[in-house]
Design a protein around this ligand. Structure first.
Ligand code: F6P
Length: 504
């Protein structure tokens, strides 16, 4: 039965007709224990969801919808390794990665490689080539967790990156290349890889000592000259945006050490166990997913903002953009029929203090309802006590300002308020808490996707753009035009072929 025909959906529609007239100030007055009632703590993450437009009845009705949508059965299937990725007939194995009882053999290979590399005083630069899930997760985590050290790590994702150009001017024997690509046919990554390999070969640098790869297709890496023993194989059931806990974490484990990497896995495992064992009413990823769905499908919100107030989480919003939007940017259900309701939101974000001087105006006084996830750490040894108090005070004051608003006699100075937010507070940003945070969002995405009856683990749209790019590159190289193409594309191909006439 379609989601919108379920009686549980209709009950929520009816509830919304009452809730839409409520405001957060009033809800706190009616229930002075909201903070206690609507906060949970697990894996060193304290989650305050009391400043959301919910009451206990909302939660109960959302859980009834989740149960009707067979969320518990879907969670079970995910953790049992069933083919939850229905269009590719694959399991989604990211939870299994952090279960120590049956870690993939490739981890043993990875740890061996790391031990060897750590013995190499000649290595000064790690060049990590990758894009999407082969870049965003590793970069986010290395930036968050790797303390300053002699080994410098450079993440290169696109073509013509000036950082890569600079690196190709350095001493090649001081560089170690990690080519990260699940498919090993992503043009951007392979173009950069061939650049670096040519540089190594020109300088007679041994690929056996300086070149490693992470991919599902080791033969493709071997065909480019990367020695087999330097290739870590990624299982087909590990989605790119879900791969940070896999051997895609090589660069992370290299930069923070094997034990801290295992702490990262332990944090994700702790959140996994919470997700699979906690009752839905006390389940952090379930409740945060349901609350998001409540805004998306009943309040009609279109976007969600991720605002970390810890400089170590600078790249966390960009990482979540792919995790959420590439997973939930779907409009066809698992049964191949089109949805008749909204699915994935637009996700954006920025380090909170910067965002306060950038887009907070729209969040406070714009016409959009944009739910916010504030993320902070209760302890941050990188900051003085004064700086840390300032950071936390900003989170609490902004969260409060969004809720209460400000009434003045001048309309343009009035803040409407009643804008919801959730505060996720890590005890401290550590491998353990970052692993738990990553797993929290992975499972939150899954919860919403199950109810929306969409597949969060495929990404069929992205190959089309790549194919069109290959076609156009062919025409640009051979100075040909395809008359079947649209007039704009033909116009650009013509212009490009006569570009010399436009050069100054
Ligand atoms: O964006 C499409 C995509 O396939 C992502 O899902 C993936 O993380 C990224 O491109 C990189 O793919 P690969 O790891 O195969 O180079």
């Amino acid at each position: 039965m379609s989601l919108t025909n379920l009686p549980q959906w209709h009950a929520l529609q009816k509830h919304y007709q009452w809730m839409r007239h409520q405001n957060l100030n009033g809800l706190f007055k009616t229930n002075p224990n909201r903070f206690q009632n609507f906060s949970l703590n697990h894996a060193d993450i304290f989650v305050d969801f009391s400043k959301n437009l919910i009451i206990q009845e909302t939660i109960d009705l959302l859980i009834a919808l989740a149960t009707a949508a067979k969320l518990p059965e879907a969670m079970d299937a995910l953790f049992k390794g069933e083919s939850v990725n229905t269009t590719e007939n694959l399991p989604a194995l990211h939870p299994k990665l952090r279960d120590k009882t049956n870690q993939p053999l490739a981890f043993k290979t990875m740890y061996g490689l790391i031990e060897q590399i750590k013995q190499r005083p000649d290595i000064k630069h790690i060049i990590h080539l990758g894009i999407g899930g082969s870049y965003l997760g590793p970069k986010m985590a290395v930036y968050a967790l790797a303390q300053a050290q002699t080994l410098q790590c450079h993440f290169i994702s696109h073509i013509g990156d000036p950082i890569l150009k600079e690196l190709l001017e350095t001493e090649p024997n001081h560089c170690l290349l990690i080519a990260a690509s699940k498919s090993f046919n992503t043009i951007e990554t392979i173009m950069n890889l061939k650049l670096v390999l040519a540089w190594f070969n020109k300088n007679k640098v041994s690929l056996a000592d300086h070149c490693f790869a992470i991919t599902q297709f080791p033969d493709k890496a071997k065909n480019l000259g990367i020695p087999e023993r330097n290739i870590l194989t990624l299982d087909a059931g590990i989605g790119g945006r879900y791969s940070l806990c896999s051997v895609m974490g090589l660069t992370l484990a290299l930069m923070i050490g094997i034990e801290p990497f295992n702490q990262f896995l332990a944090g994700a495992y702790a959140m996994d166990q919470h997700f699979i064992n906690a009752p839905l009413s006390k389940n952090i990823p379930v409740l945060l997913g349901l609350i998001n769905l409540w805004y998306r499908n009943f309040y009609g919100s279109h976007a969600t903002a991720i605002l970390p107030y810890h400089s170590g989480l600078k790249y966390f919003p960009a990482y979540l953009q792919q995790l959420i939007m590439e997973s939930q940017g779907k409009s066809i259900r698992i049964d191949r029929t089109p949805v008749d309701y909204a699915t994935g939101p637009i996700v954006f974000g920025e380090f909170g203090l910067n965002a306060q001087h950038s887009f907070y105006q729209l969040l406070h006084q714009g016409t959009e309802l944009i739910p916010i996830d504030f993320i902070m750490a209760l302890h941050n040894p990188q900051l003085s006590e004064e700086q840390q108090q300032f950071m936390i005070a900003n989170v609490l004051s902004q969260s409060r300002a969004f809720m209460t608003g400000k009434t003045t006699t001048c309309a343009h100075e009035t803040l409407p308020g009643n804008r919801p937010s959730t505060i996720l507070a890590l005890t401290q940003l550590s491998p353990f808490t970052l692993g738990a945070l990553v797993a929290l969002y992975e499972h939150k995405v899954f919860v919403e996707s199950v109810i929306w009856q969409i597949n969060p683990f495929d990404q069929w749209s992205v190959n089309y753009g790549k194919q069109l790019c290959r076609d156009l590159l062919h025409h640009m190289k051979h100075k040909t035009i395809d008359p079947n193409m649209d007039d704009s594309t033909q116009g650009w191909l013509t212009l490009f072929q006569n570009i010399n006439r436009f050069q100054r």
